[in-house]
Design a protein around this ligand. Structure first.
Ligand code: ASP
Ligand code: MG
Length: 412
């Protein structure tokens, strides 16, 4: 008998019929003898609807009141799921975040979980009751309702699994796992039976939106075995763990991630003296603009071209900063380009293999794709290319690293 925390996302509880379907799934696990804690999101579209109501009244609603408002979506689904379980003869009790004592800090709309008091949950589980917890919400030290940021139900589930030392945290969603790349771009993309937390973090931060990034960090930190599966089809899903596969089985590359939301800015002809990089990036940071890739190289004339990328939404603001500081820095010109994208190959296997970068660059060259920027980490190589080549680049790399073939990393 195992203790399982299951989280069902918005589409999985998007209608009365779907809530009844979830109830039958949960009943099935309980019938097998497992203790089950269920975390649910709001019905699909509900959180957006609530935010829309707030915006119709105020351009700048007070964050505390936003949390009172948006937390109601999850309160609806926990009650309905409890009722659906009762209808099929399964004892169940629903709890809001505050009731089950998910303590958070007071950062409304982006609160962090500080502690979970699991006494009530344990008592229910010992009595054979299914415990249903509202995702995405908690309570601060003064008893205020808080929420954890969009997609926060994943983090609720992982935090509960960590607090209860559950055997597994299962995230049920509308896809059946984590794929080698987006199947809408590469139809032969394959579900990965297993992926490491590190790889998942890279994939998630690069736009593979299966899980809230914070939940993956949390699961990695507390070593919670995490599984992504479909609520609509049976299957093993993708297991996210700390364990790497045996080196014999470990594919060098696990996936190709990409992001369309990039923009590139360059200061041309900056005098090459100490402190320049800091003087460029400090005012950008002061505007709360996150910088992603940076490339700088010194030319023969003792000036450098300094290039960096930001989120496309921040491109205008970043450009304005550069236009402002250009004169003081003595830079020749500023150029910006938001018709770019980032494509990355991710895999823990590249730690122990040489030649991944050249294989990647050759595959792009064979398609006539020009690389504008390159950056690397221990388990990732990213390139910036013209956005019109995004699909072609992803497909070429998926083929070059033979990701469609499942001779490696197959289900055990
Ligand atoms: N309902 C919240 C949202 O839409 C939390 C979640 O679904 O995880 O962001
Ligand atoms: Mg979600």
């Amino acid at each position: 008998m195992a203790l399982i925390v299951q989280k069902y996302g918005g589409t999985s509880v998007g209608s009365v019929e779907r809530i009844q379907h979830v109830a039958r799934k949960v009943a099935g696990f309980r019938a097998e003898g497992h203790a089950v804690v269920v975390v649910v999101s709001a019905m699909s579209g509900e959180t957006n609807r609530l935010i829309g109501l707030a915006q119709a009244i105020s351009e700048t609603p007070v964050p505390r009141e936003m949390d009172v408002l948006v937390s109601t979506g999850e309160q609806v689904t926990i009650a309905l799921l409890a009722m659906a379980l009762h209808e099929i003869g399964v004892p169940a009790r629903s709890y809001t975040g505050g009731q089950v004592r998910i303590h958070t800090d007071s950062a409304f709309m982006k609160a962090r979980i500080e502690a979970i008091d699991d006494a009530a949950i344990r008592t229910d589980l010992d009595a054979g009751t299914v415990v249903i917890v509202a995702g995405f919400q908690g309570m601060d030290g003064d008893g205020n309702i808080t929420t954890l940021g969009r997609g926060g139900s994943d983090t609720t589930a992982v935090a509960l699994a960590a607090a209860l030392t559950a055997d597994e945290c299962q995230i049920y969603t509308d896809v059946d796992g984590v794929y080698t790349t987006d199947p809408r771009v590469v139809p032969t993309a394959r579900r990965l039976p297993k992926i490491t937390f590190e790889e998942m973090l890279e994939m998630a931060s690069l736009g593979s939106k299966v899980l809230q990034i914070r939940s993956v960090e949390f699961a990695g930190k507390y070593n919670v075995p995490l599984r992504v599966l479909s609520s609509f089809e049976d299957g093993p899903g993708t297991l996210i763990t700390t364990e790497e596969l045996d080196t014999m089985e470990q594919p060098i590359i696990s996936g190709i991630a990409f992001s369309r939301d990039e923009a590139k800015l360059t200061l041309l002809g900056v005098p090459d003296v100490p402190g320049v990089a800091a003087r460029i990036l400090a005012p950008v940071g002061a505007k709360n603009i996150e910088i992603d890739m940076i490339v700088q190289n010194v030319g023969l004339d003792q000036t450098t071209d300094f290039t960096f990328t930001v989120h496309r939404n921040d491109a205008k603001a970043a450009r304005a900063v550069l236009d402002e500081i250009r004169g003081a820095l003595g830079a020749r010109d500023v150029i910006s380009d938001d018709k770019i994208c980032k494509v990355s190959v991710v895999g823990v296997g590249m730690r122990s293999h040489a030649g991944v970068a050249s294989q990647m660059f050759q595959a792009l060259a064979d398609e006539g794709i020009n690389i504008q920027m390159i950056s690397t980490s221990e388990i990732k190589i990213s390139v910036v290319v013209d956005e019109k080549y995004l699909e072609l680049a992803v497909r070429a790399l998926h083929t070059a690293f033979a990701l469609a073939e499942d001779h490696v990393n197959a289900d055990a």
